[in-house]
Write a protein that binds this ligand. Sequence first.
Ligand SMILES: [Mg+2]
Length: 278
Amino acid sequence: MVKWVRRWRTHFTITALPAASRCGKDAMTTPRLVAFDLDDTLAPSKSPIAPRMGDLLIALAERVQVAIISGGHLAQFTTQVVDRLPAADPAVRASIHLLPTCGTQYYRLTDDGVRTVYAHALSDEEKMRALAAIEQEARRLGLWESETWGEILEDRGSQITFSALGQHAPLHAKTAWDPTGEKKNSLRAAVAAIIPDLEVRSGGSTSVDVTHRGIDKAYGMRQLAEQTGIPLEDMLFVGDRLDPDGNDYPVLALGVRCHAVSGWEETALFLERLLPTL
Ligand SMILES: [Mg+2]
C-alpha cells in the first residue's frame, strides 16, 4: 500500500501536474489562490507552524489569496497558525481564509483576530447518532483505547471527531498507532454502514470525522470559490494526503490543481520556489 502510494504520488507530482505546480517560469497559469491542508502539510499534526512557515505564508498572502482547509476546528487553526503568524499589514491578513471542519465553517483574518463568515452545524439528533455509532464500532473492532491523552470523541459543532488516542496525544504515539491507516479505514467503513445519511471520513493520523454528507475538502474549495469569486481553475492546493484514501483526495478529484507533499518542510521548499514566480 505504502509503496503504491509513493509510486502514485511520484507519478502524480511529476507527470500529472501542470507546469505551475512545479514552479517553473513557464507556468501555464499563475494561481490567484493557494490553499493548504494543515496537519502534516503546514506543520506536524496538531503542532504550531515553524517561524519559517509563518514568514512564507505572509509572503504568499502579500501576492495571492491564501486558504487553509482542515478537518480541525477553529481553536486548532488559532493555536497552530494564527497566533504564530508574524505581524502583517491588515490588507495582507485579510487575504488569509480559514476553513475549519472542511469548510463547514469559514473565517477571515482581521487586525485583531478572526471574523466569522459562516458556521453550519450538525443537529443534536445527528450528533447523538454519530457519537453512538463511532463508540459502538470502535469498541467492537478493539480500537477503543483505554490509555488516552484527552477525550476520544469531540463535538466540533459541524463535525464529530474520533481521535483514537485522545485529542492531545503526542505525535510519536499517534504515528505508531496506525502506520498503514488500516485501523482508521476499517472504523470508517464500519461507522459509515451504520449512519449512511452522514459522511464518515478518515481524517488525521488517528482520527475519523463525521459531517453532513458532501462535506469534504472539495466542499471547502467550492465554498472558497463562491466566497472569493476566484474560479477553481485559478487555485492551487497543497496537501499530504492526496492518495485515494486520504482526506485531501476530494480536492484532486474535483479537478483542482494539486501539489503533493510529505511534510511541512517539503511545503516550505515548494513555497520558496513558488514565491519568486508570483
Ligand atoms: Mg494532512
